[in-house]
Design a protein around this ligand. Structure first.
Ligand SMILES: [Zn+2]
Length: 179
């Protein structure tokens, strides 16, 4: 990112709690997202549901995702990281082998390698089947991804393997709509 975005935390004049967290929580609480996706699993994974909300922020997007019904890795050493991306395809349809094949590959308008695709996200942390994640990306604005798809994978993203981080089967999908 070049230059300083108004409002974004800067270390040049850092003096403690910036107030941005409070502003962001307020935005989520009271603001209307510009775009959203309702995410569902299919077939064996039809217990998965959730929503991904996209708010315009600092020239990019604040992403807020809440997902339930994820396959849970239980036990004292349980909890999984699950690959999470925006894909370039425009439909959550697919085949018997790949339930969401039409979501296609990662959203990648600039032709970069993984994990430098615009649609590459931090993985979801599954807690007894539940995940809640809020993060910022300046790789796209909400309106630039309307019509694309959000995908959750069965495995963690290794952030190395091409073209998709070896994150396994697509287990849930949602088409991004204008709010
Ligand atoms: Zn990618």
């Amino acid at each position: 990112m070049s230059g300083k975005m108004a409002g974004i935390l800067s270390c040049d004049n850092f003096s403690g709690i910036s107030g941005n967290m409070e502003m962001l929580l307020h935005m989520i609480q009271n603001g209307k997202p510009e775009a959203y996706a309702l995410v569902y699993g299919k077939a064996r994974m039809d217990c998965i549901c959730g929503n991904v909300l996209l708010y315009p922020l600092w020239g990019g997007t604040l992403v807020a995702a809440e997902i339930a019904g994820l396959p849970a890795k239980e036990g004292a050493c349980g909890g999984s990281f699950l690959g999470f991306h925006i894909h370039g395809g425009e439909a959550c349809s697919g085949t018997a082998d790949d339930a969401f094949a039409d979501a296609d590959g990662h959203f990648n308008p600039a032709g970069c390698e993984h994990p430098f695709h615009a649609g590459d996200f931090p993985p979801l942390l599954e807690n007894h089947g539940y995940a809640l994640s809020v993060f910022y990306t300046d790789r796209f604005t909400p309106e630039e991804v309307v019509g694309r798809t959000v995908i959750i994978h069965a495995m963690a993203d290794d952030f190395r393997t091409q073209p998709s981080g070896n994150s396994g089967m697509k287990i849930a999908c949602g088409k991004i709509m204008s709010a």
